[in-house]
Design a protein around this ligand. Sequence first.
Ligand code: MF3
Ligand code: CO
Length: 250
Amino acid sequence: MAVVLKSSNEIEKMRRAGTVVRQVLERVRTAVKPGVTTADLDRVAEGALKEFGARAAFKGYRGYPAHLCTSVNSEVVHGIPSSKRVLKDGDIVSLDFGAIVDGYYGDSAITVAVGGKIDPKTERLLKVTEESLQKAIAVVKPGATLGDIGEAVQSAVEAEGFSVVRDFVGHGIGSAMHEDPQVPNYGTAGRGMKLKAGMVIAIEPMVNAGKPEVRVLKDGWTAVTDDGSMSAHFEHTVAVTDTGATILTA
Ligand code: MF3
Ligand code: CO
């Protein structure tokens, strides 16, 4: 599959989708507190999405059963919201959400602390993962490479003693949620495909406090760290412009 370049008109449509995603995620973030279930969070996302008049990107995607992915503690990505999963003080939860507006996708994720007493190492995990995403976005411009992005994430993460998940990667995005190219969170600067103005990619570092290995639970979706360590995930949909990058999910 080839990389699809987007016109400025298409990028503005994607920014509308991205803005909906941001607003929905902020709603869900506000709803995160001890005692709330991850199914409650899915309902918040569904309600906000309807209010904004957008379509869900995840529900029905390869049979995925919810609007939102909610990945708690050692869950890395693709956790399925459940009325049995009650969030408690000190947990972290990754919230991954996608929307479709006018046929175009937006995709973003954040990881948030539940309640007030998250431990310092976990706090640092969240901060380092979010910063690794910002550092990756900072290298995006025409002529930069996918290896530049991967190295930016990997070096920021490993300098702090954490590890980058290899088994899941970022992706091109547009009129489909997943387009070429794949966007790994590891690599070597100068290697890999060159970025061009009009490319739109979802950059999404998944970072483990312990080892990088993950496995998928019997539900067929939930990826968890093999060693049981905590994991964080941040994601933005980013367009390559003539001079650099613009975050469509800001
Ligand atoms: N943001 C994730 C991705 O880009 C979530 C999609 S998985 C889904 O792959 F099944 F929930 F849609
Ligand atoms: Co994504």
